[in-house]
Design a protein around this ligand. Structure first.
Ligand code: SF4
Ligand code: SF4
Length: 403
C-alpha cells in the first residue's frame, strides 16, 4: 500500500514502524473473513482492512474523530487477522500505534474517561480488588445474576503451594485479578512444575504485566509498570537463577513477550526488556518442553473442550500444544466449530463493549455446547470468567486438570 505519512511522524520510531507495516498491506481484505467484529456488524470500518485505512489516514495528517476512535475501540485486539493475512501485516503493533495517536488527538468524553480510570484503579489496586471480591463472595447469593456471573464462589479447597526447593527455577507472574478470583490456578501450575523438578518463584514486588494500562490509554503508566517488573526480576536474571518467566494467563504472557518491542526506544531498559521477552514462555510451551510430561497419566475420563485464547493462538502463535498435553495425559478432547474466533472477553473489552462481548460469547458457547463436553478448559482468566458467565458447564484452566 502506498503511504504518504508526514515527515515529522516519519522521524519517530513509531512512525517508521507504522510506515513499514502499512506498506506490507495489499488491501486484499482476506483478513475481514476471520474478524469477529466484522462478522457481527458487517461494517468495513469494523474490520481490519477498514481500521488499517483509518490509522493510515491519521498518520497521514487527518485529524482523528470520535468515530475513528469508536471503530478502533471495537477491535478486540484478538489478532485473528494477523493469522489470516497472507502478507504478514503486523496489525497488533499498528493498532497500538494508531490507538495511541488517536487518544492524543481526540479527548474522550468525561464519562468514558471516568469509566476507564475506575476500571484501571479497581484492577490495579490489589487491596481494593481483593476486598471487593471477598465482599462480593460473602454475599454472592444475594447478588443480581448479572454480577454473580462475574464473581466465582470461593474454592472449596485451596491447593497447597509446594515447599520443595529445586535447582531449576522459574518466575511466575501472579497477575492482577487471578489470585483473588481463581487462586488455585497458579497453585496447580506450581504443583505440576514441582513434579517436573522445577521450583516456582513469586517475586513479591511484581505488578500487573502492564497490559491493562496499555489497553486503557494509560501509556506512561504501562511503561512505568513494565519497568517496575523489570527492576524486580532483573537480579534473578542477572545471576542466571531462572530459566523462564511464566504467567498462567496467556493475556499477560503475550504482553511480557512484547516488553522488548514496547521499550525499544528506551536506552536504559531496551536490553533488559528484550532479554525478559526472550525468557518469557507460555506455560504450555514450557511444560511441553519437559521430557517427563510424556509419561504422565491423570485418569481423567470426562470429555474436555479446549477454548484456545486469542492471546495464545494468534498473539503467541502457539497452536495444538495444550491439546496435545491434555491428550498425552489421557484426556478425551472434543472438537467444535469456530475455535479460531474470539470469545469476546479480550481483557477489559467485556466490560467496555459489553453488548458485542456477550454476542461473541453466546456464539462461542453455542458451538462448544453442541460438542457436549463435561468440562471446558482454557488458558486465560479473562476467557475463563467470560465463558463461565454464559454456561452451566464448569470452565477451568487446563493446568488444573493435570494436578
Ligand atoms: S492486512 Fe493482510 S489480509 Fe488484510 S487487507 Fe492487508 S494484506 Fe490483506
Ligand atoms: S484484532 Fe480481531 S477484532 Fe481487531 S481487526 Fe483483527 S480480527 Fe478484527
Amino acid at each position: 500500500m502506498k503511504t504518504s505519512i508526514n515527515q515529522q511522524t516519519l522521524q519517530t520510531h513509531q512512525g517508521q514502524e507504522a510506515n513499514r507495516i502499512l506498506r506490507n498491506c495489499v488491501h486484499c481484505g482476506f483478513c475481514n473473513a476471520t474478524c469477529p467484529t466484522y462478522q457481527l456488524t458487517g461494517d468495513e470500518l469494523d474490520g481490519p482492512r477498514g481500521r488499517i485505512y483509518l490509522i493510515k489516514q491519521v498518520l497521514e495528517g487527518k485529524h482523528a474523530s470520535s468515530l475513528t476512535q469508536s471503530h478502533l475501540d471495537r477491535c478486540l485486539t484478538c489478532r485473528n487477522c494477523e493469522s489470516t493475512c497472507p502478507s504478514g501485516v503486523d496489525y497488533g503493533e499498528l493498532l497500538d500505534i494508531g490507538r495511541q495517536m488517536v487518544s492524543e488527538q481526540n479527548r474522550r468524553t468525561i464519562r468514558d474517561r471516568v469509566r476507564r480510570y475506575m476500571v484501571r484503579k479497581l484492577f490495579l489496586t490489589r487491596p481494593l480488588f481483593n476486598a471487593a471480591i471477598a465482599t462480593a463472595q460473602s454475599i454472592r447469593t444475594l447478588l443480581p445474576d448479572v454480577v454473580k456471573q462475574k464473581v466465582p464462589p470461593k474454592p472449596d479447597t485451596m491447593l497447597d503451594w509446594p515447599t520443595a526447593e529445586h535447582q531449576r527455577k522459574i518466575i511466575l507472574l501472579p497477575g492482577c485479578v487471578q489470585p483473588a478470583l481463581q487462586p488455585n490456578i497458579d497453585r496447580a501450575a506450581a504443583i505440576v512444575l514441582d513434579r517436573l523438578g522445577i521450583q516456582t518463584l513469586r517475586v513479591p514486588e511484581t505488578g500487573c504485566c502492564g497490559g491493562i494500562s496499555h489497553h486503557l490509554d494509560a501509556y506512561e503508566e504501562a511503561r512505568a509498570t513494565i519497568k517496575g517488573n523489570i527492576d524486580c526480576w532483573w537480579p534473578y536474571i542477572e545471576d542466571n537463577q531462572i530459566e523462564a518467566i511464566i504467567s498462567t494467563a496467556t493475556g499477560c504472557e503475550v504482553t511480557i513477550k512484547e516488553y522488548g518491542r514496547m521499550l525499544v526506544d528506551d536506552p536504559s531498559y531496551r536490553y533488559k526488556a528484550a532479554r525478559i521477552s526472550a525468557l518469557s514462555k507460555d506455560l504450555s510451551e514450557y511444560v511441553a518442553e519437559q521430557d517427563q510430561i510424556q509419561s504422565s497419566e491423570t485418569g481423567f475420563d470426562q470429555k474436555v473442550a479446549f477454548h484456545p485464547p486469542c492471546t495464545l493462538q494468534h498473539g503467541q502463535r502457539i497452536r495444538g500444544t495444550v491439546e496435545s498435553l491434555l491428550r498425552t495425559s489421557g484426556m478425551q478432547l472434543v472438537n467444535f466449530q469456530e475455535s479460531h474466533l474470539c470469545c469476546g472477553s479480550a481483557g477489559t473489552y467485556s466490560i467496555l463493549q459489553k453488548a458485542m462481548a456477550e454476542q461473541l460469547r453466546d456464539r462461542k458457547m453455542q458451538h462448544i455446547e453442541s460438542a457436549r463436553p463435561d468440562v471446558i478448559v482454557t488458558a486465560n482468566i479473562g476467557c475463563l470468567l467470560h465463558l463461565q458467565s454464559g454456561t452451566h458447564i464448569p470452565v477451568k484452566h487446563w493446568i488444573e486438570l493435570l494436578v
